[in-house]
Design a protein around this ligand. Structure first.
Ligand SMILES: C[S@@+](CC[C@H](N)C(=O)[O-])C[C@H]1O[C@@H](n2cnc3c(N)ncnc32)[C@H](O)[C@@H]1O
Ligand code: SF4
Length: 447
């Protein structure tokens, strides 16, 4: 493990770590892809359109500063998660990150199927990664073609087969798009194809299958389409039943795990510090967002500041609500843990809401927890979609404007931030929570 670097501090790093009430996981964002998938809403640019070296240098500085501040207060991180973009474009950076970020827990990385050859996976394992997420999306060529993926079904299958057994945890990402007219043959085929994909994954013995309903962010070229809500519920219930028969269990709204396997999570960690352009951090009572634009990100680091762009102060009530949301996503709310972390007053509104959810049969008590029922999973799926379109899409659309005139257009116009939707939920959230970021950036100073 590399020593904690000295003399690499950035203004704001200690302030951010002071916001934490417990040790954090580390999230590192690598925003480069060889080609851009039209459905993807994440912060990324096409490799070659923007130089990677200055970004990777700035990233190293931010990582050193955040690691130094976290280590001084809490010691090692609880985990390391490297996401993107396509982190496996830079294997040497991944190995370096393992050295720089001390962690007591899992080290996980997202892997594009074409990069998941036996040789490349061996390099990741040797570097110290013990968990991988394979972005297979589907094992059917027509689905992959429609999604505009840079690989075919054979590559998806080979990637999964190469990963199983090489890492302590192997996750496979699948996308299901059933936003097609009610009884059309195309919709029926989409459902059948997806269930076939899930069944194939279960046969391979992967540890986790993530089943993401396709989210259509207004700013992506994939275009908007109404969700077939009931069909999505039905498909996920079907997967839950299939999982039960194959020795898997539902561990969150969208993930199904081999019984007895260790969990693979990115967003359900209680506390995490995000590094890299577009990364966010959750400290308990605050949510912080880094600059999305690579130029803005690099400029902040060059000026000796943490590259923070936005701060949303959730407070005790908001912090408890945020944590309860992700607890519910993972299948069970823990009222005692929320009260311990946020106080009876902070956790009060969540307690009242879970009381209503219980009265409607959405959660049921189980050993001190409130576990989601099958109906509860359906409603939570709807809530997750509302949060995605009501809060995440408007925030990301605003942040993506930092690319304007640069990478976004250069990379084939993959995002038109002006088309990002926003409504009353976003307006209310900003009015209640947005504050000056700890590096001194005021909301009004942003572009
Ligand atoms: C950061 S992304 C991709 C990682 C890697 N670059 C890849 O494509 O294999 C992580 C996962 O998010 C999911 N995802 C991406 N866009 C999505 C969307 N619009 N709706 C739902 N899930 C999406 C995909 O399953 C993807 O594998
Ligand atoms: S889904 Fe496509 S565009 Fe998005 S991060 Fe993965 S490879 Fe890049």
């Amino acid at each position: 493990m590399g020593a904690v670097p000295v003399g690499t501090s950035l203004a704001g790093a200690d302030d951010v770590v002071r916001l934490l009430d417990a040790p954090a996981g580390a999230y590192v964002h690598v925003p480069f892809c060889s080609s851009i998938c039209p459905f993807c809403p994440y912060n990324k640019v096409r490799l070659g359109d923007v130089p990677a070296v200055p970004y990777l240098e700035a990233l190293r500085r931010e990582v050193d500063a955040v690691v130094g501040a976290h280590t001084a207060r809490f010691g090692s991180f609880t985990s390391l998660y490297v996401g993107g973009g396509t982190p496996t474009l830079f294997p040497e950076v991944l190995a370096d990150l393992v050295d720089r970020v001390p962690t007591t827990g899992r080290r996980a990385v997202e892997v594009l199927p074409t990069h998941a050859t036996s040789a490349r996976l061996d390099v990741l394992a040797a570097a110290g990664f013990d968990a991988v997420s394979i972005g297979a999306q589907s094992f059917h060529d027509p689905v992959l073609r429609r999604l505009g993926r840079p690989h075919d079904a054979a590559a998806s299958r080979q990637a999964v087969l190469a990963a199983v057994g090489r890492f302590a945890v192997v996750d496979v990402d699948l996308i299901v798009d059933v936003a097609l007219p009610g009884s059309s043959p195309a919709a029926a085929t989409a459902v059948r194809t997806f269930l076939d994909d899930v069944a194939w994954c279960f046969e391979t013995g992967v540890d986790q299958v993530s089943t993401y309903p396709l989210m259509r962010f207004g700013y992506t070229p994939f275009g908007l389409a109404p969700h077939a809500r009931r069909r999505e519920h039905a498909v996920l219930s079907h997967v839950a039943e299939l999982a039960r028969r194959r020795g898997y269990e539902r561990r969150s709204v969208w993930t199904f795990n081999r019984v007895g396997s260790a969990p693979y999570t990115s967003i359900t960690r209680r506390r995490f510090l995000g590094m890299g352009a577009g990364a966010s951090s959750v400290t308990g009572r605050d949510l912080l967002v880094n600059h999305f634009g690579l130029a803005a990100y690099e400029a902040a680091v060059a000026a000796g500041r943490l590259p923070l762009a936005r701060r949303f102060h959730l407070g005790a009530v908001g912090g408890a609500a945020y944590e309860a949301f992700w607890q519910a996503y993972a299948g069970a709310v823990d009222p005692a843990a929320l009260a311990a972390a946020y106080g009876a007053l902070g956790a009060g509104p969540v307690r009242a809401l879970t009381g209503v959810a219980r009265a409607f049969g959405l959660v049921s008590p189980d050993d001190g927890l409130l576990r989601l029922t099958p109906r509860g999973y359906d409603r939570f799926h709807d809530l997750e979609r509302a949060v995605t379109y009501g809060l995440i899409e408007p925030l990301w659309a605003q942040m993506l404007r930092e690319h304007a005139g640069g990478a976004v257009q250069a990379a084939g116009g993959w995002a038109r931030p002006a088309r990002g939707r926003s409504g009353p939920l976003w307006w209310l959230a900003r009015a209640l929570t947005e504050r000056r970021a700890p590096d001194g950036v005021r909301p009004a100073e942003r572009s």
